[in-house]
Design a protein around this ligand. Sequence first.
Ligand SMILES: [Fe+2]
Length: 376
Amino acid sequence: MRAGLYILYPISLDDFEPLSPQVLSFHSIRATSQKLVSPSMRVPNATNNPNKVQLTRITHVYFDHPNLEAFTEFAEAWGFVEARRVGDTIYYRGYGRDQYVYVATKATTKAFRGAAFVAANKAEFDKAAKLPGATVSDLMNAPGGGQLVSFAPETNLYFHVIYGQTDREEPKEPPTATHDFQGPYNSALDKERKGRFQRYHEGPAMVHKLGHYGVICENFDSAIKWYTENFNFVYSDVLYSPDDEGTDIIAFMRLDRGKKFVDHHCVFLARQEKPGTGTYVHHTSYEIEDFDTQLLGHDWLRKKGYRSAWGVGRHILASQIFDYWRDTSGFKIEHYADGDVLNNTHKTGRDVAGAMAIWGPELPKDFMIDHSMLDD
Ligand SMILES: [Fe+2]
């Protein structure tokens, strides 16, 4: 299998029409690699049904940081807002409805402790609590309260379901730490902003919400099965190895909400290509308002001396304008803007892994590794 990742042109097999060079190349790969096809290495079908636990959105992640003080400074420069501090735990929020999007705890060892998703109702929460390996806890000290079901289905792959947390009131206008005035964008042919000036100042990119996370999985096949058999995750796009059409290597999953449009993915799982090198979070990703916010936030982090991991650029799948950094423990963390939203009319795309960006800096060779294992 080829090193690195991968990602490509969004072609739906369901809508297959041999019109573009990409489609033709897909055809030729298929024709020449039949003997390599091994169906067991493909992701299983994932269709939602009422027996599965229904989740409505991703809400927050948990991380352990040995140097919580250093992370606190980074979090401020990142655009998080401290919502509450309880002992050695800090709850950070964005400006969306979630009470917090990131929970940082001081610990001796750095660790990703999983993401939390909101159960559609109490019955769905109770259903999650009955799944094998579930433990239930009360969130009496956390902003908004509620209850949490937690799983550790495999080493370093944690997962949580929350219910009963009160929502924050969403702002009418996005708060900003950088925009003095931003009117309409004056395009070449349409100058809607007349006699007014775009004005900005330096500052962090304020975070709206947690958008997604990605995990490189040693046990990719069982992890995919666990997500899709127990919950309403469906595939937006699946990519297979350039060396073997029968080996799927990454699945971008969204929550099936029927006709309601949701983010292209709230989680991706990728196959660990080097067995024995472990399961680890690749990055967590947070939505910000727009392109100017993205670039101003990038400059702010650069001037503060933090380490860029990749960006600014625009992804092909999901279309996001992305900007990846390394936090003070080495975990990769992303700002994104302008992502795609899909509903149940979308047919899963399946294609060969390829370029990850339509524009942006060259992909760093170390982008897929676990930097938290290197940084101290
Ligand atoms: Fe991302």
